[in-house]
Design a binder for this molecule. Structure first.
Ligand code: 76R
Length: 248
């Protein structure tokens, strides 16, 4: 049996993708629309408070294309908290004008492929910060789920630790060449959702997503072993931008 990678886990993650029910929204009275937006504003400020207390983090982005209109990416200490905040949002007036279209449940994950042997990663403040990150306010987000392939002679899970380490090193080196331009958050979802990982990328230049993902396609770990789900890409929102987006 091949050796499982050791993983460190941080905050639980919920990506909650919604569509706007435009006809219902347009039929609503001005007063109802205002009340719905005001209520969203109070949620946003509660979530900002959570982030300031370092008890979690939330990213809020529009989604381009017909797969969704916007996404909340929430990071919280427990699965219960994620459930509570999802339910709380579902009870809001704004939620009456949204249609849930996709969600993803996972947990921030770091693996030991690149770890220095003999060191305790939890003593490293950088590691702790990566497990419980404040999500960046970059201009763009890109999210997609992925698996490592288990097919015939291309089975990631049958490779030795050394073989996987070598490939992950090459993966990490490509990733590092994008340092400062992309922030990636890998969330593990084995046992939680339909794919093995969620990949969430943040950047101020959307084109960097294409360049990075394309370059990685030629790297063995992605070329031979990567299977990918649906891609979602979008732009940073805040209360004001959302109000503008919804003005009818
Ligand atoms: O954590 C680290 O920085 C160490 C190196 C590293 C690991 C262990 C790393 C670096 N990644 C790791 C693990 Mn990654 N990553 C992806 C994708 O589209 C594709 O082809 C794949 C999707 C991208 C774009 C990306 C970017 N990475 C993983 C894992 C877990 C694998 C496992 O355990 O088997 C997955 C699924 C995955 C996928 N990776 C980086 C990046 C970037 C930009 C980096 C550099 C990070 C930095 O050093 O700042």
């Amino acid at each position: 049996m091949s050796e499982a990678a050791q993983t460190l886990e941080g905050w639980y993650a919920l990506h909650d993708f919604r569509m706007i029910d435009w006809s219902a929204w347009k039929r609503a009275s001005e007063a109802d629309r205002e009340a719905a937006l005001d209520e969203l504003h109070s949620f946003l400020s509660v979530w900002t408070g959570v982030e300031e207390r370092k008890e979690g983090s939330t990213a809020f982005y529009s989604i381009v294309g017909q797969k969704a209109d916007f996404v909340f990416m929430h990071l919280r200490e427990t699965l219960e908290e994620l459930n509570e905040l999802e339910t709380a949002f579902n009870k809001t007036r704004l939620a009456e004008y949204t249609i849930p279209v996709y969600s993803y449940v996972s947990i921030v994950e770091l693996s030991n492929y690149m770890a220095q042997p003999g060191t305790d990663p939890m003593q490293n403040p950088e590691v702790a910060a990566r497990l419980k990150p404040a999500l960046p306010k970059s201009k763009h987000i890109c999210f997609y789920p992925m698996n490592k392939r288990r097919e015939g002679s291309d089975n990631w899970y049958m490779l030795s630790m050394d073989e996987r380490k070598t490939m992950m090193r090459s993966h990490g080196m490509i990733g590092r060449s994008y340092a400062g331009r992309v922030k990636q958050i890998i969330t593990g979802s084995v046992g939680f959702d339909d794919w093995e990982w969620g990949v969430t990328l943040f950047s101020d230049d959307a084109l960097t997503f294409k360049k990075l993902v394309y370059e990685m396609r030629f790297d063995e770990v992605s070329a031979r072993y990567g299977d990918f789900g649906t891609f979602y890409v979008g732009n940073l929102l805040d209360g004001e931008k959302f109000r503008t987006m919804l003005s009818v």
